[in-house]
Write a protein that binds this ligand. Sequence first.
Ligand code: 8YV
Length: 329
Amino acid sequence: MKKKILVAREIFPEVIERLGRHFELETNQEDRIFTEAELAVKLADKDGIFSTLSERITPAVVQAGGRLKAICNMAVGYNNIDVAAATAAGVLVTNTPEVLNETTADFGFALMMATARRVTESEQWLREGKWDRWRYDGFMGVDVHGSTLGIIGMGRIGQAIARRSMGFDMQVIYHNRSRLDPALEARANNARHVSRDELLRTADHVMLVVPYSPQLHHMIGAAEIALMKPDATLVNIARGGVVDDAALIAALKERRIAGAGIDVFENEPAFNPGFLELKNVVLTPHIASSSRNTRLAMANCAADNLIAALAGERPPNLLNPDALGQSRS
Ligand code: 8YV
């Protein structure tokens, strides 16, 4: 008999078809967002879930999944899942690392460029029919080439961004919990490890690529933004909550920094409306990994994990190996 899984959001039809060869599926191609209570009900008879960031897998949801064996997230981040609760219940948790590194790095770079050179602000102005003459100071921005890029969170995506900076003759400084191996630093445009405060004081462009954890909540707030240069830009492709969005909005309003490029927001998709009143921001709806190839690779990666986990094998991207030895409490 086929095992039962919930595919919690709409995904590529070809991935649904692939999963259907292995499992009995409950799909959601109409793409409703399930509440925690709905998820709990739906998981009561499921062996696995194909989840995304929009599903909050709390301890209560894990408990409700009485026969749940695997939670396979289509994302590299997994702050939507209470991994400790899953581990205690013997439920395997997986993510989709690596496949999105380069696409996400491309987008981080694009946001930095768009912010520094005021791409969306000037387009908006043009669309409003305001372009009637050339001006010597038309939408003057700040340079990217030759500047100092400060990367906070030098994991695989951070390193991919650093490599891109070589073509722009940038210097790279980074802050990370631990210093990278010198060989990796060399590949990442000879990136230099510095304290977070030194990075904020020195960088012309600050890029946030840290995974979210409660310890990093509001890691960038009013005090940290105050350290930045008045001409600097800030890009957040990490997670909502890493930046205190209200503090950032206040700083941008007073032009204490040049601008910000934001792909992730606190409480997204219900983000702080103060952002909409600002001209010096580039705002995108959490799309850094969204190229067709990469989103398909992420979906297939989550499917690979689910297929392996429910076949009793160790899934390729297992986050909680301790769960392997646990029996369901
Ligand atoms: C995903 C992301 O698109 O992978 C992540 O952690 O933030 C994005 O790439 C999103 O999380 C979908 O679940």
